[in-house]
Write a protein that binds this ligand. Structure first.
Ligand code: GLV
Length: 321
């Protein structure tokens, strides 16, 4: 019997490629630039499996080019780049990489909380600028997070990991989620549930950890910023379009909120030009899961998902939503 053919649409760590090679014949795009659609479609023509990145759009056009595909393994926990319904209609299994990137992403969210509240981006830019500076009693004062309230929007694995870290920094943690988590988990995390409006109005820092769906599109818009305190900070390590980026620029310019820390953008990799001009926003290039260990683990999990489906077994982390 011929070996299954596996197409990998972008560069992934060797740890994943090695596992994939055990499961079939692998063709991998080996460039940091996105794969051109024509090359991708040519490779997909007789593919049994595809390993995709969050920069790939897996839609009807992708699936039309891949008539024999059985599994799409996204090397990301978020899967808003995949039309899951279209895959389901065609009997294509979709998998993602939950769990293995929880700690790295939660760490980055806390890093952004600290960067935004303590003005660390501004400080770094000052030193690099070569401008003279000297320690000063009132120089570049930020705000303490100890004793302040963190509002988490989304209480999945990453939200929970951020809650644990924030408690260690002395923050009081409240959360909003589609459905309230069970009381035992709330107690063990030391978090309390609030309706979104109340969370926005009462939090010193709001950090987003919800998936991007049609319901969360522009969840944080001009009205949400109006609800927030003028010394509040927004952190987004989830997906860009959860925030209305134009409204965020206006809110930061007008002092409707004090600062923001962003790892993701509405029209990624484009960044709203207004953000680039502001000192009170920290801008990172989508680094949430960017550690060597985490990316290895993500690639391995994606490869194990592919191997399972190709062998007729249940995938480890199927996308069911
Ligand atoms: C990163 O953004 C991911 O969804 O894994």
């Amino acid at each position: 019997m011929s070996r299954p053919r596996i197409v990998v649409t972008g560069r992934i760590p060797d740890a994943g490629l090695e596992l994939l090679r055990d499961a079939g014949d692998v063709w991998a795009w080996d460039d940091d630039e996105p794969i051109p659609a024509a090359v991708r479609d040519e490779q997909l023509a007789d593919a049994d499996a595809a390993v995709t990145l969050l920069t790939d759009r897996v839609d009807d056009a992708f699936l039309d080019a891949a008539p024999s595909i059985r599994v799409v393994a996204n090397v990301a926990v978020g899967y808003n780049n995949i039309d899951v319904d279209a895959c389901r209609r065609r009997g294509v299994t979709v998998t993602n990489t939950p769990g293995v990137l929880t700690a790295a992403t939660a760490d980055l969210a806390i890093a952004l909380v600290l960067m935004a509240t303590r003005r660390l981006g501004e400080g770094e830019r000052l030193v690099r600028s070569g401008e003279p500076w000297q320690w000063g009693m009132f120089m570049m004062l930020g705000r303490s997070i100890n004793g302040r309230r963190l509002g988490l929007v989304g209480m999945g694995a990453i939200g929970q990991a951020v809650a644990r870290r924030a408690s260690a920094f002395g923050m009081e943690v409240v959360y909003h989620n589609r459905s309230r988590v069970d009381a035992a988990l709330e107690r063990s995390l030391g978090v309390s549930y609030l309706p979104l409006e109340e969370l926005l109005a009462s939090s010193d820092v709001v950090s987003l950890h919800c998936p991007y769906t049609s319901e969360t599109h522009h969840l944080i818009d001009a009205t949400a910023f109006e609800r927030m305190a003028d010394d509040a900070v927004l952190v987004n390590t989830a997906r860009g379009p959860v925030v209305d980026e134009a409204a965020l620029v206006t809110a930061l310019q007008n002092g409707t909120i004090a600062a923001a820390g962003l790892d993701v953008y509405e029209d990624e990799p484009a960044v709203h030009p207004g953000l680039l001009e502001l000192d009170n926003v920290v801008l990172l290039p989508h680094l949430g899961s960017a550690t060597v260990e985490t990316r290895d683990a993500m690639a391995e999990l994606a490869a194990r998902n592919v191997a399972a489906v190709l062998a007729g077994r249940a995938p480890i982390s199927p996308v069911t939503g």
